[in-house]
Write a protein that binds this ligand. Structure first.
Ligand code: PBG
Length: 327
């Protein structure tokens, strides 16, 4: 007889089979977007000090890594380029022979079925390290848009399947959409970094991408971590401007925002599990303080549970291997 005093929730946890049947959230290797850092030169494979397991690779050493990711079931990668030369307008970002453009052509030639996403920003390519044009210490909004559109078009020309603008200038989605359409790339989607906070969790990435601002910070264009309603406005304007995906970044301290955006919009949502979130897990795991595999899979699951469809994560290749083990 049912005891009316309390519910026996543990019945559904009694065996591994029952637990797996009632599991509500599932990670798949297809959910992951795997970031790769590409550099000029030959025979370069340098580990990023603050991101163990993440490397700068020259193009001659890139294919092996891509092959491995694809073998594990990864369907999408995102490219971050480190140019040899920087100037005040980030010319290498929109150079037909820029590092990202060449990497894209090379990867699409060997893996036409792989989704290659191009991060569209200027900060890795500008000598001042800001994501737009700078004048008297101000980051100029409208003047930066033309350069971003140019960058996106050159990435699409090189074969990028998705354009992912991360610069946080106002109007970047409509400027890039117009640029792509005019150049005949109306079929190339925009994965907008719609909700991007001015976060301290980007520290290791800036070491990796050599993209710290030389002066000032990014607080006039990235969002205040204290704000929630502002995220709704940012996401809404990107939807209105024609974004095809919405990124929320970072992920872990912003799971509430992922849920909010999921509840308000029907576009696919991408959680960006950023460099600092990666570095903390790596550091703790290297000290033997946590179980890396269990912690990573739990974290990634929490992002999907919060409402993300896809996860951009430096753990993608490892996580794919772990998922394959358990299948
Ligand atoms: C900027 C950009 C950033 C990251 C990727 N592209 C942030 C920034 O430097 O402001 C951070 C990613 C990470 O921390 O993993 N264009």
């Amino acid at each position: 007889m049912e005891n009316a005093e309390f519910r026996r929730h543990r019945r559904l946890r009694r065996t591994a089979g029952i637990r797996s049947s009632v599991r509500e959230t599932h990670l798949r290797t297809e959910d992951f977007i795997y970031p790769l850092f590409v550099v000029e030169g030959k025979n370069v494979k340098n580990e990023v000090a603050s991101m163990p397991g993440v490397y700068h690779r020259s193009l001659d050493l890139l294919n092996g890594e891509v092959d491995e990711a694809v073998e594990r079931g990864i369907q999408s990668i995102i490219l971050f380029g480190l140019p040899d030369e920087k100037d005040d307008v980030g010319s290498c970002a929109y150079d037909t022979n820029g590092i990202v453009q060449r990497a894209t052509r090379q990867i699409k030639a060997s893996h036409p079925e792989l989704t290659v996403i191009a991060d569209t920003c200027l900060c890795q390519f500008t000598d001042h390290g800001h994501c737009g044009v700078v004048e008297d210490g101000n980051i100029l909004n409208d003047e930066s848009l033309a350069l971003l559109a140019k960058t996106a078009v050159s990435q699409a020309e090189a074969g990028a399947d998705i354009i992912a603008p991360s610069n946080m200038m106002d109007g970047f989605v409509s400027a890039i959409r117009a640029g792509l359409d005019q150049a005949g790339y109306e079929d190339i989607p925009i994965m907008s970094y719609a909700v991007k906070y001015a976060s301290a969790f980007y520290g290791p990435f800036r070491d990796a991408a050599n993209s710290s601002p030389k002066s000032g910070d990014r607080k006039t264009y990235q969002m205040d971590p204290a704000n929630r309603r502002e995220a709704f406005r940012e996401a809404q304007s990107d939807v209105d401007e024609g974004a095809d995906f919405l990124i929320v970044k970072p992920a872990l301290s912003y799971l509430d925002i992922i849920r909010d955006i999921r509840d308000r919009h029907d576009l696919p949502i991408v959680a960006y599990n950023v460099s600092g979130e990666y570095a903390m897990v790596k550091a703790a795991a290297q000290n033997g303080w946590i179980d890396e595999k269990e912690v990573v899979l739990e974290k990634l699951t929490s992002m999907k549970r919060a409402g993300a469809d896809m996860i951009l994560t430096y753990f993608a290749k490892d996580a794919a291997a772990w998922l394959n083990e358990s299948n």
